[in-house]
Design a protein around this ligand. Structure first.
Ligand code: ANZ
Length: 782
C-alpha cells in the first residue's frame, strides 16, 4: 500500500530486512519475517498512521552469482527471474508492501549512490587500499571478511578457508567504534541486541608499552589490558606477521614457522586449549622498569590484527602465557599474591583479588590500584601511554567477483587512486560472457581490457579501473534510506523526505543480522550524518530493532534440502490459501522463538478460518441484534488484539481471535453486523483476505482495511448488559448498552447525549419519553 510523503498524519516506518532473491525461492523464514512486519504495518494503518512498509531486493552478491554459475546463466537474467517470482509470491501472501518504492541493489540507478557513498568514504580518509592477509575461500574463490568465516569455514559454502595476502580496499569502521557504542543509548534496541553490538566492537582499555630491543634501534611496542602485571613479564611474543619478523625470514626455521602459521585460520590460532608452539627470534628486549633481559619469541597465538601484534607475556597471570612458558622453560614470576596463597607450579592466577608483590613501586597495592599506578608510572617514565583498542577490525571492502557494485576508482601512475567524478556515475557493471571467479585472486572484470583501460579523471593520461567489486553489505547498509525517496536522481534521498520518514520506527529481521548488518548500516548512517547527507537532528537510523525467531522443520531440525524437511510457502498457499499460512505462522509460537513446524496445527488454523467464513455466510442477510455478551466480547477483542500486535505478540492475537469467534458464534448468542464488523477488523491484519471477503459479504461499506481500528468503550465492558434501541419519534437513531438494573433516570441522559439523537433535538422540543424497560427508549419531539 502506498505511503504518502509529508502526509499530515503521523508517520510510521516499518522495515523488514529485504531478501536475497535466490534461486530456491522465498523460504518460510522470509514468510515468517514479512508476515510479522505486515501484521504490524496493517495495524498501524488502521490506527490512522501514515505507514511506510517497503521492500526491495538485496540482489548483488555471492548467492546469486553461485546460482548463476551453477545453472550456466547470467546473474542479471537470474536476478530478473528470481525477483519476479519473489514478488509474485509476496503479492499472493497479501503482504501490503509499497511496490512503488521497490529498490534493487543491482539497479545502476540505485548503486550509483552506493558508489557515491564509497567515494565520500575515500574523500574523507576512511577508505584506502592495503595489502592484507585475508581469509580465502578456495571454493568460492573469494576473499572473506572475518565475519564471513564461521568456525574456519566459508559462511556461504561451508568450505574450509585459508589465508592469503591481497591488496584490498579497507574501510575504517574502527574510527567510529566509540560512536557506535555511544549511539546505542539513542535507540530502543533490546538489551540482547545492544550487547551483541558492544561485544562485537570489543573495546579494551589498557596501555601500549615500549620495550627497547637490544639488537634494534626501534623499540617493540605491546598492548596490554593488565599494566599492573608489568613486573611479572618474563618474555615478549610477536605474531609471525609482525614487522620485526620480516628481517628474520632469512632463517629457514623462522620462515617455515611463519609459512605454517599463515595457513591457519584466526580461530585455530586463538584456540585456548591447543598445544602452544612458537620459535625464539634470537632477539631480546629490556624490561623498562627492571632492566631485565626478556627474550622475544614468535608465536601465532598472537594475532597480527589486534593491538600492536605483540604482547608482553606474564605467565604467572595469563593461562596462555603460562602454558607457553612451561612448554619452553621460561621463568614464571608471580606479581599478585591472593590472600589464600597460590600454587604457581600448577597454574596461573588469573584473579584480581590480592596484593602486588615483586613489583617495586606497586608492591602491596591491590590489582585495581596497581593498574592506575602502573599507567602513571609508564607515562611518567616514557615507557608508553594509556591506550584503547577494539576487537572490531577495519572492514575489508573488496571482493574479487563479478556480481557486485564496481568500486568507482581509477588508478593513475601519477595520481594513484582517483575517484570517478560524480557526473560519470554510475560505473556500470559491464555485460560479459565469462564471469566465473579466477584463481589468481583477480576479479573477472580484469579480463575486459576495454573496460579496465580508461583515463585519469585528473590528468587525462591512461589509467586503469579498479576491478574489485563491493561486498554485498555495501548495498544493504543504506537501502532503507532509499525507500524514503527511491527515484531521486540528485541525491541518495532528499533531506526533506529523510527528515519526514526517519528514523525507522521498527526494524524486523533475523538474529544473524543483529551484529554485522546492524553495525555496518549504523556506521554508514553515522558517516552520512557527519557529511550532512542525512538530517543533522537524527543521529541514529533505527529506533527499535526486533529479531524474529527461526522455524525448524517438522523433525525439529533446521530446514535443509538434504534433510528433506523444507516447508515451501508456495505449496502451503497452494493447498490452504495465504491467510492460513499467515495466521498459522503468527500462531505457532512467540515471534522471537525457535519453533517447530507442525502440520496438524496448520489444519487447526484452517478450520478456524473456514468456520468463520461459513458463519459470515449464514449471517449475511440476517438482521440480528447482538447480545450484550457479544458486544462486550468484540469490544474487548479489538483492544487486546491491538495491544498484542503493538507488542509483536502475534501468537496470542490468533488465540484471542479464535476464542472470541467461539463466543460470538455460540448458539445462545446473537451477533449484529456491527459486532461482526469489529471481529473482522481485528482479524484484518492477520488474515487480510478472509477479513475483506467477509466484509464484502456482509455488505459493509468500503474496505475493512480502510477502516479505523475500533476504539475500546469501557461502558460496554460489562458482562451483565443489555443493549437498548434509542429512537426519536419512533425512528432508530442509535443503540446504548446499559446495565441490566439501570433505571430510566440514568438511561435517559445517556441516550439523549448520543450524537445522532442530540442532533434531532435541535429540530424541536421534547414532548414525551417512552421507555420500554430493557428494550427501547423513544424521544417524542415536536
Ligand atoms: C599482559 C597480560 C597479563 C595480559 C595478564 C593479560 C593478562 P582483550 O581483553 O581481548 O583486549 N593480547 C594483546 N594483543 C594481542 C594479540 N595481538 N594477540 C593475542 N593476544 C593479545 O585482551 C588483551 C590482552 O590480550 C592483553 O593483555 C594481551 O595480554 C593479549 F595477566 O598483556 B595481556
Amino acid at each position: 500500500m502506498p505511503a504518502e510523503d509529508f502526509s499530515p498524519k503521523e508517520k510510521r516506518f516499518v522495515l523488514v530486512e529485504f531478501p536475497y532473491p535466490s534461486g530456491s525461492g522465498l523460504h518460510i523464514g522470509h514468510a515468517f519475517s514479512f508476515t510479522g512486519g505486515d501484521v504490524y504495518a496493517r495495524y498501524q494503518r488502521m490506527q490512522g498512521y501514515n505507514v511506510l512498509f517497503p521492500i526491495g531486493w538485496d540482489a548483488f552478491g555471492l548467492p546469486t552469482e553461485n546460482y548463476a554459475i551453477r545453472t550456466g546463466r547470467k546473474p542479471q537474467d537470474v536476478t530478473r527471474e528470481n525477483t519476479a517470482a519473489y514478488r509474485r509470491l509476496m503479492q499472493r501472501m497479501g503482504l501490503s508492501f509499497d511496490w512503488d518504492r521497490l529498490v534493487d541493489t543491482s539497479d545502476p540507478a540505485y548503486y550509483r549512490w552506493t558508489q557515491w557513498i564509497f567515494i565520500q568514504l575515500f574523500k574523507n580518509g576512511l577508505a584506502h587500499k592495503q595489502e592484507l592477509p585475508i581469509n580465502w575461500c578456495p571454493s568460492c574463490k573469494v576473499g572473506l571478511a572475518n565475519e564471513e568465516v564461521i568456525d574456519g569455514r566459508c559462511e556461504r559454502c561451508g568450505s574450509e578457508t585459508t589465508r592469503r595476502r591481497i591488496s584490498q580496499w579497507v574501510v575504517r569502521i574502527t574510527a567510529y567504534a566509540d560512536r557506535l557504542i555511544q549511539g546505542l543509548s539513542q535507540t530502543d534496541f533490546i538489551d540482547k541486541v545492544k550487547a551483541a553490538q558492544i561485544h562485537w566492537i570489543g573495546r579494551s582499555e589498557g596501555a601500549k608499552i615500549r620495550f627497547p630491543v637490544r639488537e634494534r634501534t626501534e623499540p617493540l611496542e605491546v598492548f596490554t589490558t593488565r599494566p599492573d602485571t608489568l613486573w611479572g613479564s618474563t618474555f615478549l611474543v610477536v605474531a609471525p606477521e609482525h614487522l620485526l619478523v620480516e628481517s628474520l625470514l632469512g632463517d629457514p626455521l623462522i620462515a617455515r614457522y611463519a609459512e605454517i602459521s599463515r595457513k591457519k585460520s584466526e580461530l585455530e590460532r586463538s584456540e585456548l586449549t591447543r598445544q602452544k608452539d612458537g620459535i625464539f627470534s634470537g632477539l631480546s628486549a629490556l624490561h623498562p622498569a627492571t632492566g631485565r633481559e626478556l627474550p622475544i619469541w614468535i608465536s601465532d597465538f598472537v594475532l597480527p590484527g589486534y593491538g600492536t601484534g605483540a604482547i608482553m607475556a606474564v605467565p604467572a597471570h595469563d593461562q596462555r602465557d603460562y602454558e607457553f612458558a612451561r612448554q619452553f622453560n621460561l621463568p614464571v614470576v608471580p606479581v599478585i599474591q591472593p590472600a589464600g596463597g597460590w600454587d604457581f607450579d600448577t597454574s596461573a592466577y588469573l584473579g584480581l583479588e590480592g596484593r602486588l608483590i615483586n613489583s617495586g613501586p606497586l608492591d602491596s597495592l591491590s590489582p585495581a590500584e596497581a593498574i592506575q599506578a602502573a599507567l602513571d608510572w609508564i607515562e611518567q617514565n616514557g615507557a608508553g601511554e594509556r591506550a584503547v583498542t577494539y576487537h572490531l577490525r577495519d572492514w575489508i571492502f573488496s571482493r574479487q567477483h563479478y556480481w557486485g557494485e564496481p568500486i568507482p576508482m581509477v588508478y593513475c601512475e601519477e595520481h594513484a587512486w582517483v575517484p570517478v567524478p560524480d557526473d560519470q556515475l554510475p560505473v556500470v557493471l559491464p555485460d560479459v560472457e565469462h564471469y566465473q571467479p579466477t584463481d589468481t585472486g583477480e576479479s573477472p572484470l580484469a579480463n575486459i581490457p576495454e573496460w579496465v583501460n580508461t583515463t585519469c579523471p585528473l590528468c587525462g593520461k591512461s589509467a586503469r579501473r579498479e576491478t574489485d567489486t563491493m561486498p554485498n553489505w555495501a548495498g544493504s547498509d543504506w537501502y532503507f534510506l532509499r525507500y524514503t525517496d527511491p527515484h531521486n536522481e540528485r541525491a541518495l534521498a532528499s533531506l526533506d523526505k529523510l527528515r519526514y520518514w526517519l528514523p525507522v520506527d521498527v526494524y524486523v529481521g533475523g538474529d544473524e543480522h543483529n551484529t554485522l548488518h546492524l553495525l555496518y548500516s549504523r556506521f554508514i548512517y553515522q558517516f552520512l550524518h557527519d557529511i550532512g547527507a542525512v538530517p543533522p537532528e537524527i543521529p541514529e537510523p533505527y529506533r527499535k530493532r526486533l529479531s524474529h525467531g527461526v522455524i525448524l522443520g517438522a523433525d525439529g531440525q533446521r530446514m535443509s534440502k538434504s534433510r528433506g524437511n523444507v516447508v515451501v510457502p508456495e505449496e502451503i498457499i497452494e493447498r490452504y490459501g495465504a491467510d492460513v499460512l499467515r495466521a498459522y505462522l503468527m500462531f505457532i509460537g512467540p515471534y522471537d522463538a525457535t519453533i517447530t513446524w507442525n502440520d496438524r496445527a496448520v489444519s487447526g488454523v484452517r478450520r478456524f478460518l473456514e468456520r468463520l467464513e461459513r458463519f459470515i455466510q449464514r449471517q449475511a442477510g440476517k438482521h440480528a441484534r447482538s447480545t450484550p455478551r457479544v458486544i462486550a466480547v468484540v469490544n474487548r477483542l479489538a483492544r487486546d488484539v491491538g495491544d498484542d500486535i503493538a507488542a509483536f505478540k502475534f501468537n496470542t492475537v490468533v488465540a484471542r481471535l479464535m476464542e472470541a469467534f467461539n463466543e460470538v458464534s455460540a448458539e445462545d448468542q446473537n451477533a449484529a453486523n456491527s459486532e461482526i464488523a469489529i471481529l473482522l477488523q481485528a482479524l484484518a491484519p492477520i488474515a487480510p483476505l478472509t477479513a475483506e471477503s467477509g466484509w464484502q459479504k456482509l455488505g459493509l461499506p468500503g474496505s475493512v482495511h480502510e477502516t479505523r481500528w475500533p476504539v475500546f468503550d469501557p461502558t460496554l465492558d460489562i458482562e451483565d448488559q443489555l443493549v437498548i434501541a434509542v429512537q426519536v419519534n419512533g425512528k432508530l437513531r442509535g443503540t446504548l448498552a446499559v446495565g441490566r438494573d439501570e433505571t430510566e433516570e440514568s438511561i435517559r441522559p445517556k441516550a439523549a447525549a448520543l450524537e445522532s439523537v442530540a442532533r434531532q433535538f435541535e429540530k424541536g422540543t421534547l414532548k414525551k419519553v417512552i421507555y420500554v424497560p430493557g428494550r427501547t427508549i423513544n424521544f417524542v419531539i415536536q
